[in-house]
Design a protein around this ligand. Sequence first.
Ligand SMILES: Nc1ncnc2c1ncn2[C@@H]1O[C@H](COP(=O)(O)OP(=O)(O)OP(=O)(O)O)[C@@H](O)[C@H]1O
Ligand SMILES: [Mg+2]
Length: 381
Amino acid sequence: MADEPSVSRWSFLFGRKKATEADDEVANGHNGNSSNVTSNGNGHLINSPELAVYEQFRIQAGLPDKPPRPLFPPFESAEMRTLAESLSRDIIRGNPNVKWESIKGLENAKRLLKEAVVMPIKYPKYFTGLLSPWKGILLFGPPGTGKTMLAKAVATECNTTFFNISASSVVSKWRGDSEKLVKVLFELARHHAPSTIFLDEIDAIISQRGEARSEHEASRRLKTELLIQMDGLTQTDELVFVLAATNLPWELDAAMLRRLEKRILVPLPEPEARKAMFEELLSSPTDGEKLPYDLLVERTEGYSGSDIRLVCKEAAMQPLRRVMAVLEDNHEVVPEDELPTVGPISHGDIEAALKNTRPSSHLNASRYEQFNADYGSQILQ
Ligand SMILES: Nc1ncnc2c1ncn2[C@@H]1O[C@H](COP(=O)(O)OP(=O)(O)OP(=O)(O)O)[C@@H](O)[C@H]1O
Ligand SMILES: [Mg+2]
């Protein structure tokens, strides 16, 4: 019984069961009992820990139950239903927990995203006719600058059905059925609208080129289907957005770019953003001298957000290394409550960290600026 899939959660989640009954089950830690389970209509049941977590969140936050809706729209074939099931695992429901405030800087990108996705979902009334929302949005910029974080913040803020589709999930699920997978993905998204389809590393998804002819053919079909489906979105009023991210925007072809109407540059962090990141990651000792944040900011021109994280990690590692050197001299294992405390980070540690960590993504920076000037969306004052 313990190994059985938690079928009751699925049927509960999509409203097939009375909420009170299911609430009791969650509260009791009940893990699925096939005798009182309602089938989801297609006989395929999956155990999905993420969905269970969302349910707990929903109950704790006291959110209202979603209106009953079947798990899947009616599909033509069993094969498509199977694909829909595997895609359902990529749905993030509830909260990936990235807040706008935890993303430092990037004010323009945040503002454009709020205007393009968040507001139309929150206040659909204003976004009709000529003002109907953008359906395709591209986040582009150097690696490690917060594109994936921004998409997660959108998911957190909007609380809609969020399909997190990365190149690896497409590749692992596609098995030659790429265009069917895309078709099913969009059908599912429309079914659960309002929804956001996040295509991370879109360059890898659509510019997959293999040696074998069949692979080439498959990638061409995938791309065509994606273009067709995205065209379909602009012709309906349903709230389904495609949010794509890439660090090679110039590899996208013209047809794809045309459909990703709103293109937002996510640049390397400005000095103020770098300062905010350092202050958050490396806190100064309360009694001792303040850490040299201005020096850090000055010396990290051209560093991406993830490079800055590495610098901080490296600096924080230095005091720990000193402790470890002491422990290594000790031939016996020191019990946990007698372990020496780790000292504060010194200026020397910061110097060493800066020397050891080089910027990784500054080389192409001007190319992104050029792409932004040619194709990007700017803020109109
Ligand atoms: N603006 C930022 N504010 C705070 N942290 C950031 C910021 N940008 C990057 N980071 C840090 O860098 C890490 C990587 O960010 P993220 O995965 O969003 O980058 P990305 O732009 O999607 O990169 P890639 O193009 O390589 O996928 C984050 O986990 C975070 O720690
Ligand atoms: Mg990313």
